[in-house]
Design a protein around this ligand. Sequence first.
Ligand SMILES: Cc1ncc(COP(=O)(O)O)c(C=O)c1O
Length: 469
Amino acid sequence: MQNPQLFWKPAVAAGPIPDWRRDRKLIGKGSPGGEYFRRDNESLHTIKRRVMKKKKHTFRPESLMMSYGYKPSLSEGAIKSPIFLTSTFVFKSAEEGKAFFEVACGLREKYPDEEPGLIYSRMNNPDLEILEDRLSLWDKSDDCAVFESGMSAITTVLLEFLKPGDLLLHSIPLYGGTDHFIHHFLPKIGVHSVGFTPHQCRKEIEEVLEETGRADQLAMIFIETPANPTNAVIDIECCKKIADKYSNKDKKVYLGVDNTFMGPLWQKPLKHGADFSIYSATKYIGGHSDLIAGACCGSKEVMTRVKSLRTLLGNMASPHTGWMLMRSLETLKVRMEKQAKNARRIAEYLNEHPKVEKVYYLGLLKPGTRAYEIFERQYTSTGAMISFDIKGGEAEAFRFINALQLIKLAVSLGGTESLVEHPASMTHAGVDKEHLKEVSVTDKLVRLSIGVEYYKDLIWDIEQALDEV
Ligand SMILES: Cc1ncc(COP(=O)(O)O)c(C=O)c1O
């Protein structure tokens, strides 16, 4: 990953500036804004201070989403990266090809200034590399890998870090696809699993683990926080302590966080000790409901393994999807902030409505509770996902959903348009019913993903649909 600080080297001479450079003459080249000039009557000392001050500045990720990691000079000066629709890349010489493969196959480490070479689009492609560098900025990770779906990111991580006989500890509820993979695929390769709910504290989680009789085989903890669809929060730092407790000199217990609901803006799992921050990039990162993609961020050590398996499974995102995601990243912050602002108003409205029994929204957590304490430590926004129990059951929920005019009935979330769905019969239909009941996913639960529309239009729509119930 490139250093996000300014990467140009100011050509300030150590000694006096030669006459021909005095008085607004060019003294350096290559700054992001073009040339760097000496100002009138500026002493060498002042120039140095000014330059050093500039050099130290670190741009925020949102300022870098339009340009970071892309060199226009390598693409005819195009301001935006082209879509590199190519399967393979031409080597300048056989020696170069050999050197690229030596690094790619892990036969040797890169030399200090050596750039990894482009070989074949299943291994690397400029659109994916630039995108991965940009996503790494949000999570402050060494590296990132993008996938053709969120499920391929999740399953690749689980397959790489679990082996027959291992135990996986996971939070409940999980997204239906993840839940199905853990309970119906992993047992086929001899991987066991056990779940815990967000209400359980560290002691209770460790009891759940010990009761399996396989605690010493614990290899990974995988959590989804806030949980889909109830917004229940799980303490990442507490999970890290459990992972450390069950790690030993021969075995590290890894911690993965599905960061789809709040990332990459409002929750930074790596900062709290997680090894992987994983995304369905189909959601907020893509943000327009027009693509399917996934991503995983982490340290160099874990990402080398993740990327190796991705190369073998061939489940990387396509260059076209990579390009679409780069475009989406340019507006990520403004979209998500607007969505969160809308969600707050809608949650407040729902919370007062007589036909609504309970609202599951981070902004309504009560100070003094454990969930609130975790929220304060782990999140920087109340997010844009809201679920609520309608008074009644499935019939009332369906009547409300069918009466909506502006909000569309579809699964998925995080897009610019607001969506509604019924988790118990849709996204979570395949999840064990007992597990769902334990975590309040019942027939009366409705989930809303709030978009960027005018909030009063959304409230009008919700109001008229509730009137029909
Ligand atoms: C929280 C969460 N994780 C993972 C996934 C899977 O992502 P994808 O559909 O991109 O494969 C989803 C999909 O809805 C999700 O909601």
